[in-house]
Every structure is written in structure tokens, then in C-alpha cells.
Design a protein around this ligand. Structure first.
Ligand code: PEP
Length: 243
């Protein structure tokens, strides 16, 4: 019922040469999942050109909640839409922790993305401390609630949610399929009636070696992939594992 989605988050990595080599080596043959690539801002147009004809969507890693004006260094949802992006990641844990993005700001970005016709990929996840204190579901519930409070309940038919336990991002540690499934099921319940159709991705050290068992879980609809998305062959294998 839900088409799987695998989204690459290149983070602050890459160059024009890297993009050239990546697409020269990318063979998505055999993959039926939806695929998206989120490069750094300067490479969006170049990657957008490469994606034409591949059936792969373009995404941004961040955006402003403002529409235009005196916001030096910011990039609006309209600009991203204008250059052909379909997705925008909002609330990535690196932005929450390194740049102090609050759940309220994340909700503003979510609303701005949808208003411009982009599909926000809302990242939620708990820290190791929160998991050890058995607060995982409470933390994730409040991250989702902040978006519902600001945007209203009828927002999930044009959104993707990514569960990314902070302790699993870039650490080589992955949530077990059962741990991830428990949280995904909880998230789906939080989304109300529309929840059954929402793609809920898992993120956190996903690789070709662990993707299949994660994707076998009933509520895991694909992945947001960081480190492993920088290797075209590895990324393509993850896409194939999703469907
Ligand atoms: C991410 O940055 O969204 C992510 C999941 O990173 P990694 O796959 O490297 O853990």
C-alpha cells in the first residue's frame, strides 16, 4: 500500500567532481522504491540536472521558515520549489543539536515547505540518554505534537516522517529492527487517520548489510541514508533492498 522511499542525505559533503562520479556510478536497475537525493544547496541544480530521466527526486537538507526578505544566508521553500526540489528535510538532529533548532522552528519550516508545495521529511529521534531513561516515546511524541499544534492535524497526506535515533546517526550503531518497528508503529499512531498512508523512514547507520531486515518490518517504509549514500553502489543496493 505504501511505496517505499529511500532518501540520500549527503550532509555537507561533495563537490561538482564528486557528483559527476556519483552519477556515473549510480545504477538503480532493479529498484522499484521511490528515491530522492538531498545534496548541499550549491549542488542542487547540478544534481537536479543529473536526476532528469532517472525518476529520482531532488531534495534539500534544510530551508528557512520565512518566505523572502532580509534573512541573510537563508534559502526559502519557494526557491527550492523553483529549482525543482520535491523534498526538504526538516528537524534533522544535527540541526536541532548543533544549530539549536527548536521544535517550534522545525514546525515553522514544515509549514513553509508544505505551503510552497514541497514535501517535508520531518526527522524525529531520541538521544541515548533519553532512551536509557525510557523517554523515547515521550520525546518523539512531543516532537510530532509540536508540528501538529502549529500546522493542524490534516498535514500528513503531504509529508514523510523519518525516525532517526540520535545515538545511531553516523555512529555505526543501528537500532534493532524490533526497536525501530516499535517506534515506527507509535509514530503511525500519532499521525491519526492519515497515518496509514504516510511513509515513515528509518535513519541511523543504514547500510546494504542491515537494510533488508529493517525494511522487513511492517511500519518501516524505507530509509534516510547519510554516510552510505555517498557511495553510489552501496546506495543503489539499499534502494534495491527497499523494493
Ligand atoms: C542522517 O544523517 O540522516 C543519517 C541517518 O546518517 P547516517 O546514515 O550516516 O547514520
Amino acid at each position: 500500500m505504501r511505496t517505499p522511499l529511500v532518501a540520500a542525505n549527503w550532509k555537507m559533503n561533495g563537490s561538482r567532481e564528486f557528483a559527476e562520479q556519483f552519477f556515473a556510478g549510480l545504477d538503480l536497475g532493479g529498484a522499484t522504491a521511490e528515491v530522492a537525493i538531498c545534496p548541499p544547496f550549491p549542488y542542487l541544480p547540478l544534481v537536479g540536472e543529473k536526476l532528469k530521466g532517472l525518476g529520482v527526486a531532488l531534495g534539500a537538507q534544510n530551508l528557512s521558515r520565512e518566505t523572502s526578505g532580509a534573512f541573510t544566508g537563508e534559502v526559502s521553500a519557494e526557491m527550492l520549489q523553483d529549482i525543482g526540489a520535491r523534498y526538504a528535510i526538516v528537524g534533522h538532529s544535527e540541526r536541532r543539536s548543533l544549530y539549536g533548532e527548536s521544535s517550534e522552528l522545525v514546525a515553522g519550516k514544515f509549514i513553509a515547505a508544505q505551503a510552497a508545495g514541497l514535501v517535508p521529511i520531518l526527522c524525529v529521534g531520541e538521544t541515548l540518554e533519553e532512551r536509557e531513561e525510557e523517554r523515547t516515546l515521550a520525546v518523539i511524541g512531543s516532537q510530532i505534537e509540536a508540528v501538529i499544534d502549529a500546522a493542524g492535524p490534516g498535514i500528513w497526506n503531504r509529508a514523510v516522517v523519518a525516525y532517526e535515533p540520535v545515538w545511531a546517526i553516523g555512529t555505526g550503531k543501528t537500532a534493532t529492527p524490533e526497536q525501530a518497528q516499535q517506534v515506527h508503529e507509535f509514530i503511525r499512531g500519532q499521525l491519526g487517520e492519515a497515518g496509514a498512508a504516510v511513509q515513515i523512514l528509518y535513519g541511523g547507520s543504514v547500510k546494504s548489510g542491515n537494510a533488508e531486515t529493517l525494511f522487513a518490518q511492517p511500519d518501516i517504509d524505507g530509509a534516510l541514508v547519510g554516510g552510505a549514500s555517498l557511495d553510489a553502489e552501496e546506495f543503489a543496493q539499499i534502494c534495491r533492498a527497499a523494493g
